[in-house]
Design a protein around this ligand. Structure first.
Ligand code: CO
Length: 186
């Protein structure tokens, strides 16, 4: 099983390097094993069997000790009435934010991270909508992702890992639950 680095690890504070494409086999293998791990964290039975494992929706390479620009995201989308359930899932290499809205959004319940065991309360402000360009291993092609709300927040959290930034760095220590005018609660 993959070992997740905790927030005292140097890999979580370093800037990650871009990877050459086509992607080397060893990085493909690691990226897919990160996705397997992430899916497993969402399996209740697996978590019962491995009490140290917490549920996650995203994982970036520095969290498994590698300072390279790769990340995975996986979660079930809210089910819309009369429609089939869908999943948001990416295995991205060299993701780049090419547009970020000036308006901001935050998760009402705050953010969490598989590398951060201690809770850090407070709002993490992020761009409400973004456009990301990347290579997606799941599609084996370059993709442009338009994301907003929750989707945009998760992408920004994971891309922050590639810059050595953790979610609690973005919490206002003096006023953690300050509501910025015009921002959207998600
Ligand atoms: Co994280």
């Amino acid at each position: 099983m993959l070992k997740i680095t905790k927030d005292n690890a140097t890999s979580l504070r370093g800037k990650s390097k871009p990877l050459a494409l086509p992607l080397e086999e060893k990085w493909k293998t690691l990226l897919l094993s990160m996705l397997d791990y992430l899916r497993l964290t969402q399996d209740e039975k697996f978590r019962e069997a491995h009490p140290s494992v917490r549920e996650g929706v995203g994982l970036a390479a520095p969290q498994v000790g590698k300072n390279v620009r790769m990340l995975v995201i996986s979660y079930d989308n809210p089910v819309e009435e009369g429609k089939e359930p869908t999943k948001t899932e990416y295995a991205l290499v060299n993701p780049k934010i090419v547009f970020a809205s000036p308006n901001l959004a935050y998760l009402r319940g705050g953010e969490g991270c598989l590398s951060v065991d201690k809770p850090h309360e407070g709002y993490v402000y992020r761009h409400e909508s973004i456009k990301v360009e990347a290579y997606d291993l799941l599609k084996d092609q370059n993709v442009t992702i338009q994301a907003q709300g929750f989707d945009a927040i998760v992408l920004q959290h994971e891309i922050d890992h590639l810059e050595g930034i953790l979610f609690y760095d973005r919490i206002d220590k003096a006023d953690p639950f300050k509501v910025l005018p015009g921002s959207t609660a998600v």
